[in-house]
Ligand binder design. Structure first.
Ligand code: HT9
Ligand code: FE2
Length: 375
């Protein structure tokens, strides 16, 4: 039986999303509080949700991931309860901590549903834990005085995440051929969430910037896909879901712009792979399946979208491996931190000043799971 000690619970910690139309505006208010996103953008994003009946798929997807993790833990004989919580919708962080307390948990390991390291994918989760503990009167200068939290490292370059993406992409090349596309000429276009250039710059303190993490794992995934397809696969990285004022630079190229440019050069066949996301939530359902697919169709391209890692077995098994790795580190044991590509495994305990919103500009908000609460 594998050993998850010193942990007595796993917190599956996610973004959250609305379950019905009445949730949409309050959800968007939670997400954007104090972030300077123009009202016009919020109305537009609200429409994306209303177009899907006011319901994001993300909550059901997280429940499916929770069930898959529970099954994998059980199959390895690991007795570790899984508690689900979100930053921006129910069950909220506070609800999750209350549930952890009610089952007697004292030291939990947090798994965030974001594979990459940046303010949005790392520090913001760590800040929200600290802020909620503080509101509950459970934070002092040494950290949590209630349930203790450690975090599983950013896992974009863990072999489980990589293999699940490779499998999904190989299947998508098959789907393209089945649809009458030319899979032997198709290009692989990765897609991830754009972030402001300032957030990108600040993310370098984790070892490689957000975009560099994607480029590194993208190269590795493309080589592995090429091996399975028996040919070299051309690939490139694009971005989606930009927000903020137009004057503020965000990572580019946008996926729609890149499709347009490549179609102009004669590219006809493309597989889109959303490696920036772990499930087919609204950013995928709207920005890719609706908007980017429409662009591709207008351009006369054959496009298919590869699945996200979701509950694929290599991904879920990899997450449990990561959990056991984190537990061994917490016990002070020597562990082999597995990573593929040219970057090393990312840190389990974030560096001071890691993943700020902007470079050298402390948010003034405490954050757990790094050496020091305020850096
Ligand atoms: C890097 C990244 C990920 C990937 C990592 C991860 O998965 O965590 C991600 C995921 C998600 N983003 C999501 C939704 C939204 N993100 C927004 C706004 C923003 N995202 C940002 C970054 C990211 N976001 C940023 C820099 C902003 C600007 C505001 C700010 O600086 O914080 C807004 C506001 C309106 C808009 O501007 O679009 C919404 C509604 C959902 C839920 C989808 C659903 O409901 O199914 C998910 C999973
Ligand atoms: Fe987002």
């Amino acid at each position: 039986m594998a050993n998850a000690l010193p942990y007595d619970a796993l917190l599956l910690y996610s973004f959250g999303g609305p379950n019905e139309p009445a949730d949409v505006v309050p959800f968007l208010r939670n997400v954007t509080a104090g972030k300077g996103i123009p009202d016009s953008r919020l109305e537009e994003v609200g429409e994306h949700y209303y177009g899907f009946g006011g319901k994001s798929p993300i909550n059901e997807q997280n429940l499916a991931l929770k069930a898959a993790l529970e099954a994998e833990l059980a199959s390895r004989g690991i007795d570790l309860p899984v508690v689900w919580g979100n930053r921006n919708w129910a069950p909220y962080t506070d609800d999750a901590i209350t549930e952890l307390e009610s089952i007697g948990a004292r030291r939990a390991v947090a798994l965030v549903t974001s594979a990459y390291s940046s303010y949005s994918g790392c520090r913001q989760y760590r800040e929200d834990l600290a802020v909620v503990l503080d509101k509950r009167g459970q934070l002092d200068e040494t950290g949590s005085t209630g349930v203790q939290f450690d975090k599983i490292r950013s896992y974009f370059n863990h072999p489980g995440f990589v293999q699940a993406n490779v499998d999904a992409i190989v299947e998508a090349f098959g789907d393209l051929a089945a649809k009458g596309g030319d899979a032997s000429a198709a290009r692989l276009m990765f897609v991830t969430h754009s972030i402001p250039d300032t957030m990108e710059a600040a993310s370098r303190i984790s070892g490689a910037t957000y975009s560099a993490q994607h480029l590194d794992v993208g190269a590795e995934i493309a080589v592995r896909v090429g091996r399975e397809l028996g040919r070299e696969v051309d690939w490139e990285l694009s971005y989606c879901s930009r927000s903020g004022p137009p004057s503020q630079p965000w990572l580019e190229p946008d996926v729609n712009d890149l499709l347009t440019e490549r179609a102009g050069e004669g590219l006809r066949d493309v597989v889109l792979s959303p490696i920036g996301f772990v499930s087919d939530h609204m950013e995928v359902a709207y920005d890719l399946d609706t908007e980017a697919m429409e662009t591709a169709t207008e351009l006369g391209m054959n496009a298919v979208r590869a699945g996200t890692v979701g509950t694929r077995a290599p991904f879920v098994e990899g997450l449990v491996d990561l959990l056991l790795e984190r537990a061994a580190i917490a016990r002070g044991e020597d562990v082999d931190e597995r990573a593929v590509g040219s970057l090393p495994a990312f840190r389990s305990v974030c560096a001071p000043g890691c993943c700020l919103r902007r470079d050298a500009e402390p948010t003034g908000v405490p954050a757990l799971c790094s050496g020091d609460l305020y850096s």
